[in-house]
Design a protein around this ligand. Structure first.
Ligand code: SF4
Length: 67
């Protein structure tokens, strides 16, 4: 099993969407937050570049969830 993302405890996306039943979000959590693509996460990149985390609704691929 892959290591979890080091930001998982404080990540707004993970907190907000970890319980969701939406398949797309679950896929992101599985592939990014708890999987092999965590170092490609655009949320991480954003935080590094801006010194502040993005909206909770930004997905690991950089796109926004529109309700
Ligand atoms: S969304 Fe990105 S920063 Fe947040 S826990 Fe998942 S991989 Fe880590």
């Amino acid at each position: 099993m892959d290591k979890e993302c080091e930001s998982i405890e404080k990540c707004g996306f993970f907190k907000k969407y970890k319980e969701t039943k939406a398949l797309a979000c679950r896929g992101f959590v599985r592939r990014y937050c708890k999987g092999p693509q965590q170092n490609e996460c655009k949320r991480k990149k954003y935080s590094q570049e801006h010194g502040t985390p993005p909206s909770n609704d930004m997905m690991p691929n950089g796109q926004m969830i529109v309700a």
